[in-house]
Design a protein around this ligand. Structure first.
Ligand SMILES: Nc1ncnc2c1ncn2[C@@H]1O[C@H](COP(=O)(O)OP(=O)(O)OP(=O)(O)O)[C@@H](O)[C@H]1O
Ligand SMILES: [Mg+2]
Length: 278
């Protein structure tokens, strides 16, 4: 039997609240749609929320694995689109302060899942804590999420610099979330990539951008219906998909810009929906 080796993708950011969890969940679902057996690990060990965003309330979570009550396979649950989820431990402060031995033990248990999946996505916490380091160490590829916001941008560069100096990964790409135009998305990527090339001699991949779309994102979170399933044709949905396809190298010619028709359609939809919610 040929053993499988999952591609491990770690989603990280410098600043918090930039859209990692939103992106990770949709990356997981879209990966499953592409026929990949997909697992998402809620690695935000201090304040877990993958299961909240997917409307799933698990009985057991990573805390039970760390305490030895459950095996890792026993805490895996099925989520939307057929993805598998390892729920983080919500509000369990201890998990963000795991001892070195326990953290390594957790990583060893996670590594054992490698043969069962095509893709393992780790939605990590913001910044460069000890857990993030461990997760980066497991990853074949890192996706840094940022927004055009200046602090998010400089924090994104800071994390890239740490990845480079500590040599944790060499396959690193950037997704610019919450942009208002193609130009903005491209300009933000250029700023980060030029700084990384100039000061570190390190090249970061361009994974494109995701549109700001407060209405759709709010609706998706409130109704617990992931964008990739329920809102694929909105501005945020179309750009999310383009980014994910770019990550997998599926259609490099396609930019993240939805077609003019799609743009008009989503504006029409937004008008109707804002009238409805008014
Ligand atoms: N493209 C977008 N358009 C509009 N709002 C967005 C978009 N992406 C994210 N948001 C908003 O940002 C919030 C934070 O997103 P998310 O929880 O995914 O960030 P995070 O990086 O995982 O945060 P944390 O660092 O706390 O884990 C969402 O609840 C949503 O309100
Ligand atoms: Mg998060």
């Amino acid at each position: 039997m040929i053993s499988k080796h999952a591609e491990v993708i770690c989603v990280a950011s410098g600043k918090g609240g930039v859209g990692k969890t939103l992106f990770s969940i949709n990356l997981a679902i879209e990966s499953a749609m592409l026929g990949k057996k997909t697992l998402i690990l809620d690695g935000d060990l201090g304040l877990a929320n993958v299961h909240i965003m997917t409307g799933i309330y698990p009985e057991f979570d990573l805390m039970d694995v760390v305490s030895g009550k459950k095996t890792i396979s026993e805490v895996i649950i099925e989520g939307p689109g057929g993805i598998h989820i390892i729920p983080g431990a919500s509000g369990m402060f201890q998990l963000s302060n795991l001892s070195h031995v326990k953290r390594q033990n957790l990583v060893d248990r996670l590594n054992e899942l490698d043969q069962q999946y095509d893709v393992i996505i780790i939605d990590s916490e913001a910044g460069m804590g000890h857990n993030v380091f461990k997760f980066l160490g497991m990853a074949d590829r890192v996706v840094i999420v940022t927004t055009p916001d200046l602090t998010a941008l400089s924090d994104a560069y800071a994390i890239i610099k740490v990845i480079f100096t500590k040599k944790t990964n060499n396959d690193v790409g950037v997704v610019v979330n919450r942009v208002r135009s193609v130009n903005e998305g491209e300009a933000i990527y250029k700023k980060i990539s030029m700084a990384a090339t100039k000061f570190l001699g390190f090249s970061v991949r361009d994974y494109g951008f995701i549109y700001e779309d407060a209405l759709t994102v709010k609706e998706s979170i409130q109704t617990r219906k992931p964008i990739a399933i329920q809102y694929p044709r909105t501005k945020v949905g179309a750009t999310l998909k383009a980014v994910i396809h770019r990550i997998y190298g599926l259609d490099p010619r396609k930019t993240a810009e939805p077609t003019a028709i799609l743009n008009r359609f989503s504006m029409l939809l937004e008008n109707i929906r804002s009238k409805e919610s008014a």
